[in-house]
Write a protein that binds this ligand. Structure first.
Ligand SMILES: Cc1cc2nc3c(=O)[nH]c(=O)nc-3n(C[C@H](O)[C@H](O)[C@H](O)COP(=O)(O)O)c2cc1C
Length: 381
């Protein structure tokens, strides 16, 4: 893999760390470039109290000199401000740690499976890493991938397609500023109001909601990914990246779900020359055929289940007493679809940037620019 990343850090630990390896030398990278997406991930109507405590900033600790990447691994750190309140619970030192085991496992969360897997008797040891706090590190890494793609005119954006039963009426041309000013990142203000009301109602009932987000990458060069092998198909790589987002349970590429119900005549995109430029009449395939980008926008939808920590806890078992119980509750989000869209952007950007580097190589940005430019000139002919 040309571009890869690893994250570390517990939800209430001291900090999150991400190492991003494979970024060419010569990309302009400043801490402020990563701030907006981190803030966007923290937002959205339906987030819990934790996000009021955190003000995520990715501190660059390696891989950059004088504002330019060096080609060496980039290390970013995001402090957990809440750690101050959890120092004893999360203490590294055995003499300092305060344990109050959580044994009333939450249905739908990683508690039970993680305890069985790691032989833990305290769900705290599981949930701290299973928590989606980790996605802040992914968004920081994704911010670097977006900067790289941006050098070639590619953008990666997202909107909320649905929350619970409320579906947005997605306009043909999306007003991205309106999406960003909507409290639920809806592309349609009317549905946005209904989505906010649905989240408020869920909160009132002690319940939670899921929904669907859509990520659109525009200006992506054709020819990224390959049908050479199962694990080189870009649609497969994008699907894995999206479903790896906690609570994301399904993915669709382009009209994927709908295509399964339609005849071929209603699904396939007809290639056309428009003013001498090669394109397609429609983009139902979501920019990918044969696991290869075809020059159309890449469109990926992520389907989120409702959050599994409920204010009105679900029935469960207490692993200590082996008796029926009510699930553990700790401060939690009600709905995270708007934030998950931002995480989806990061994951899509990382996959696309990886595919770009795989096709065009380049240890430096200038080499990469030359290679991309030469290829685009050839395909445009
Ligand atoms: C941005 C984001 C925030 C989340 N916040 C919470 C939360 O506050 N409470 C919770 O129970 N789950 C939350 N989740 C989902 C859990 O992390 C997820 O359900 C859990 O790790 C189990 O994994 P699974 O649902 O993929 O099986 C969040 C997910 C995302 C993407």
């Amino acid at each position: 893999m040309t571009l890869r990343f690893l994250t570390a850090g517990e939800s209430h630990g001291e900090r999150l760390t991400v190492i991003l390896d494979g970024v060419p030398a010569g990309l302009t990278l400043r801490e402020e470039d990563l701030v907006t997406d981190l803030r966007r991930r923290q937002g959205g109507h339906g987030r819990g109290g934790r996000m009021a405590i955190e003000h995520d900033v990715a501190h660059i600790v390696a891989g950059v000199r004088g504002g330019l990447t060096l080609g060496s691994p980039i290390t970013l750190e995001i402090a957990n401000r809440d750690w101050e309140n959890w120092r004893q619970v999360m203490a590294v030192d055995a003499a300092e740690v305060k344990r109050k085991p959580i044994t009333r496992v939450r249905p739908g969360h990683a508690d039970l499976a993680g305890m069985l897997k790691y032989g833990a008797d305290d769900a705290r040891d599981v949930l701290e890493r299973a928590s989606a706090r980790e996605t802040a590190a992914r968004v920081a890494a994704g911010g670097v991938a977006k900067l790289l793609l941006g050098q070639f005119g590619s953008t990666v954006r997202s909107y909320t397609r649905s929350i619970g039963a409320i579906e947005a009426r997605v306009p043909a041309s999306i007003d991205w500023e309106a999406v960003e000013s909507s409290p639920v990142r809806s592309p349609d203000p009317k549905s946005g109001v209904a989505m906010v009301a649905a989240i408020d109602a869920a909160r009132e009932h002690g319940d939670t909601l899921g929904g669907i987000f859509t990520v659109i990458a525009e200006g992506v060069p054709p020819g990224l990914g390959s049908y050479r092998q199962w694990d080189t198909r870009l649609d497969g790589l994008l699907a894995q990246a999206i479903v790896s987002i906690p609570a994301c349970k399904a993915v669709a590429i382009g009209d994927g779900e709908n295509a399964a119900r339609q005849p071929g005549s209603q699904v396939h995109d007809v290639p056309v020359y428009d003013d001498g430029r090669l394109g397609h009449e429609t983009n139902r395939a979501g920019g990918l055929t044969g696991g290869v980008t075809n020059g159309e926008p890449v469109v990926v939808h992520g389907f989120m289940k409702p959050i599994s920590t409920l204010l009105k806890p679900l029935a469960t078992i207490d692993l200590k007493t082996k008796q029926p119980a009510r699930a553990h509750y700790e401060r939690s989000d009600i709905c995270v679809v708007p934030a998950a869209g931002v995480v989806g952007e990061a994951m899509v950007a990382l996959v696309l940037a990886g595919a770009l580097l795989e096709k065009f190589g380049g240890d430096s940005m200038s080499e990469l620019r030359t290679n991309v430019g030469a290829y685009l000139q050839t395909v445009r002919r």
